[in-house]
Design a protein around this ligand. Structure first.
Ligand SMILES: *Cc1c(COP(=O)(O)O)cnc(C)c1O
Length: 402
């Protein structure tokens, strides 16, 4: 390897290790679920986005097998050059009904849906106004655009601060278009964006709203239709992003909105234009996942029963869950080294719950992030709660003085 590159890589990795920010992924050796085998060990998994247990649901598995018989395994091309199969189209029609919008366009992931949609709808005459805790894929999508967006120029508001948002809206009236963009459910804190106020402000100041509902999809709203449904704001959120990779259990992302929006993205959404379509199996399994979500209330009920149980018991035991309102339940620690040590101690107790630290969250705000799901039994959660209590006796940082 080129010595400058080799040197740079070695020193950069060393620096990560010194800051306790170095990651080594563990390997899942069983299907996704509440209890899994990982790195040769049986553990309760509290770090999965498989909210509804659909990643290994029998009906969804069967749909995959059936679709391979019918369609084979690859689409063979990008969407617009013959890679769109009727099963892809059927999925988009189903999603549009599910979301109660005119049109949906599917991308290969939520990340590429952001990277495709955001730059496509903005020009250099526009501005993006963002919540400071927006997801990395929103930030990268915004960076790909030619619009103004920088925090240093005053276009990022403190987390959920609606007065600050209003001030920015007042100060940006000379732009041609203004887009307010926010996570629907914040991915590392588990709180919900104040969407009713955001929509009112957008309407008052002639801005438009894009919401990233990756963690709200399958979790909030009617049958899991997301924050727009949760707050009953149908028709008032211009662009909704959803993921098919988390609660829906497979992979993919989509943009839901008007027919004109879809029409534009089909012509100008670069990941749609230049990256191969999903395997047909992906579309077929997602249709099966939607069937389950629309016809079986049990997974969502169990997700929320488990969520309530988990939060109540953690709080009762004195842990700081940071104001989370959804299944995403962070347990605040602060110091990166203490958070990593806590993760290791939990692992020793048979619980996989990841430490989240910079750059995913701000420096000094490290936490253990947990997510109960419909795939967990009450015994799994009791087991995990006990592990947290045991670990706390050895880890003063977990005691939670913030
Ligand atoms: C996970 C996530 C994404 C990316 O979705 P994928 O389908 O996994 O690519 C986008 N936005 C937010 C807020 C997320 O949490």
């Amino acid at each position: 390897m080129n010595p400058s590159l080799q040197n740079w890589l070695t020193t950069s990795i060393e620096a990560l290790k010194e800051q306790n920010l170095y990651k080594v992924p563990k390997i899942l050796e069983s299907p996704a679920g509440g209890r899994v085998r990982m790195n040769g060990k049986e553990v309760v998994n509290l770090s999965s986005n498989n909210y509804l247990g659909l990643a290994n649901h029998p009906k969804v598995r069967q749909a995959a097998l059936d679709s391979i018989e019918k369609w084979g395994v690859g689409a063979g091309a990008v969407r617009w050059i013959g890679g769109t199969m009727s099963i892809h189209q059927e999925l988009e029609e189903r999603l549009a009904k599910f979301k109660n919008v005119e049109s949906v366009l599917v991308f290969t992931s939520g990340f590429t849906a952001n990277a495709g949609c955001i730059p496509a709808v903005l020009t250099d005459k526009d501005v993006v106004i963002s919540d400071e805790l927006n997801h990395a894929s929103i930030i990268d999508g915004v960076r790909l655009s030619t619009a103004k967006y920088k925090k240093s120029e005053g276009y990022v508001y403190p987390h959920k601060d609606m007065e600050a948002l209003e001030k920015i809206l007042q100060n940006t009236q000379s732009f041609e278009k203004r887009m307010i963009i926010t996570d629907g459910v914040f991915s590392m804190d588990g709180d919900i964006a104040p969407l009713p106020t955001i929509v009112e402000l957008a309407e008052k100041y002639n801005a438009f709203v894009m919401i990233d509902d990756a963690h709200a999809s399958g979790v909030l709203g009617k049958n899991g239709a997301g924050t727009t449904s949760h707050f009953n704001l149908y028709g008032r959120v211009d662009i909704q992003l959803g993921t098919l990779s988390k609660a829906l259990g497979v992979v993919g992302g989509y943009i839901a909105g008007s027919a004109a929006l879809k029409d534009w993205l089909v012509n100008r959404g670069r990941p749609y234009l230049f990256s191969t379509a999903h395997p047909p199996m992906v579309a077929a399994t997602l249709i099966a996942a939607l069937d389950v979500m629309e016809n079986d209330p049990e997974p969502m009920r169990k997700l929320w029963d488990n969520t309530r149980w988990w939060k109540e018991h953690l709080q009762e035991a004195g842990f700081d869950t940071m104001g989370s309102e959804t299944p995403i339940t962070p347990i605040y620690i602060g110091d990166e080294a203490a958070s990593q040590a806590t993760e290791r101690a939990l692992w020793d107790e048979g619980v996989y719950a990841l430490s989240i630290s910079y750059p995913t969250v701000a420096r000094g705000k490290a936490r253990i992030r947990t997510m109960p799901s419909a795939a967990h039994s009450l015994e799994d959660l009791e087991f995990a709660l006990n592990a947290f209590k045991k670990v706390r006796d050895r880890m003063p940082a977990l005691a939670g003085a913030r």
